[in-house]
Design a protein around this ligand. Structure first.
Ligand SMILES: Nc1ncnc2c1ncn2[C@@H]1O[C@H](COP(=O)(O)OP(=O)(O)OP(=O)(O)O)[C@@H](O)[C@H]1O
Length: 485
């Protein structure tokens, strides 16, 4: 399948070239040299750690015209250049290579201010936007094939991460990307490893890290004050996302307590207990050891909940394989919660419709093709975050939007292609086995550990001696200088 943006490339390049010339002639800073290899299109998003931009690779690179998402990291608070968060992310990402995990294609550093830019493969869609489109625009649910394929690929990427001792810790629909037109159309890519840590790294509870993550996908053990993460926290999030794919509504939509970061989110727990019932010591023996279970006897232990029944909320028969899998992901006791490897083997994935490679093709021949919207691009913001590009320009990429009085307007949605072959379940299982058996090396040639997640969730117990963040920053900056010249 061809790249639908081919016909627009010349125009995009010309526009971007004009823009660069204009900026260079004007009062703006000189663009860093590494940026010359890209046409910067504009800003596509903003997260906790910085801004995300859309760019295209320029000739003479063999990848010319390819879309890239460049994540610019904010400076750390003490202004000492590349932040520890970025360092962790980059070290991790450089070793990761899997078809369901977003690929880091380049690392750039601005020597002037030591700011860091990571260039990832660009994905046109994410589950947040896909769900929103079905709920607010299309007014119909995702088809069963799409739900199953998205879930299978998400679990496949997660199994790879967990097998390599990586816990994502912030899985949510906007972090689960789906490729648009091209060879990988409809393929899931797990993104945003800003919060991920290698298992052996020293652990800090969420509140000590000062990190605020969306609470809707947060596992109950974390809400009750658990000090250690396990890969089971990601499986809880996958359960919440599975339910959201089925109903188009977040499953547990708690109100976050404002103020300093606080792991104890009573309203979120309340939302969970209302659907799943109250957790009990019989079913979850280590519950009694959790700090917030002990401390908040009145609210947490005292309140009686009428179990609404998960199957009612997600409209599934309690006997269906889909319900069985979902309830195993939403098991209270993290030690009993299903692992990604076990979930991939679940009966749900062996029944028709079988999961496939392109999750976005229609379920049945003749079924309506869904035009998912492309990402809006703010062409007024450049890498400095504030500098105005040419506001009147019209970027006619499939990814960009026309500027209309400074507001963003979505480009015309493109049709999803049909007819991408679906991967038969046997080949997926075979692929999966090969991947679990540790075939292949990551790009850096570093053999990675595999095959641990078919057992129970790993506890983070090994605490290795470590440099402090400042040391790591200095060491890493030095390494980057040597690496990047
Ligand atoms: N590789 C990519 N391709 C296309 N869009 C991306 C890519 N990576 C991130 N995005 C999009 O950019 C936006 C910001 O992403 P980012 O990961 O920085 O923050 P977030 O996930 O929205 O929030 P937070 O960082 O607070 O968890 C999101 O809409 C995300 O879907």
């Amino acid at each position: 399948m061809g790249d639908g943006n081919n016909s627009n490339r010349g125009l995009v390049s010309a526009n971007a070239a004009n823009r660069n010339n204009n900026n260079n002639n004007g009062s703006h800073h000189k663009k860093p040299e590494w940026l010359q290899q890209y046409d910067l299109i504009g800003k596509i998003g903003e997260g906790t750690y910085g801004l995300v931009f859309l760019a295209k690779i320029k000739p003479p690179s063999p990848s010319r015209g390819k879309s890239i998402a460049i994540k610019k990291f904010k400076q750390s608070k003490d202004g000492d250049g590349v932040s520890p968060t970025a360092i962790r992310e980059i070290m991790l990402l450089r070793e990761i290579s899997h078809e369901n995990v977003v690929k880091l294609v380049n690392v750039h550093i601005n020597h002037a201010d030591m700011s860091l830019y990571l260039a990832f493969d660009y994905a046109e869609h994410d589950l947040y936007e896909i769900i929103r489109h079905h709920r607010d625009k299309a007014n119909h649910p995702l088809n069963q094939y799409t739900v199953k394929s998205l879930l299978w690929q998400l679990l496949n990427g997660l199994n790879y991460l967990h097998s390599n001792w990586i816990i994502h810790r912030d899985l949510k629909p906007s972090n689960i990307l789906v490729m648009g037109e091209g060879e990988e159309q409809g393929v899931v890519k797990i993104a945003d490893f800003g919060l991920a840590r290698i298992y052996q790294a020293p652990l800090k509870p969420l509140f000590e890290n000062g990190v605020v993550v969306t609470i809707w996908y947060r596992a109950p053990e974390l809400l009750l004050g658990a000090k250690h993460y396990t890969s089971a926290v990601d499986m809880w999030a996958v359960g919440c996302i599975f339910a959201e794919l089925l109903t188009l509504k977040p499953l547990f939509q708690g109100q976050e307590v404002k103020g300093p970061p606080n792991p104890f989110q009573l309203d979120q727990l309340d939302k969970i207990f209302k659907v799943l019932g109250h957790p009990t010591i019989e079913k979850w023996p280590t519950l009694a050891n959790l700090p917030n279970w002990q401390q908040d006897v009145q609210h947490i232990q005292g309140h009686k909940y009428d179990n609404a029944g998960l199957y009612n909320v997600v409209h599934l028969s309690p006997k269906s394989p889909a319900y069985d899998l979902l309830s195993k992901m939403l098991e209270y006791d993290p030690r009993k919660r299903i692992t990604a490897a076990q979930a991939l083997e679940h009966e749900y994935f062996r029944l028709e419709p079988l999961p496939g490679y392109n999750a976005l093709v229609p379920n049945q021949p003749g079924e309506k093709v869904i035009n998912y919207p492309t990402r809006p691009v703010d062409t007024t913001t450049d890498f400095e975050g504030t500098t105005s590009l040419q506001p009147s320009q019209t970027v006619t990429s499939g990814n960009a939007v026309n500027m209309q009085g400074g507001h963003m307007a979505r480009s015309v949605p493109r049709a999803m292609g049909v007819g991408m072959p679906r991967m038969p379940h046997q080949s997926m299982a075979a692929y999966n086995l090969a991947s679990q058996a540790g075939m292949g090396m990551n790009p850096g040639g570093i053999p990675m550990q595999r095959g641990v997640s078919s057992q129970a969730h790993q506890q983070q117990q090994v605490i290795l001696p470590s440099r402090n963040n400042k040391d790591v920053t200095e060491w890493f900056q030095e390494s980057l200088r040597l690496l990047l010249g």
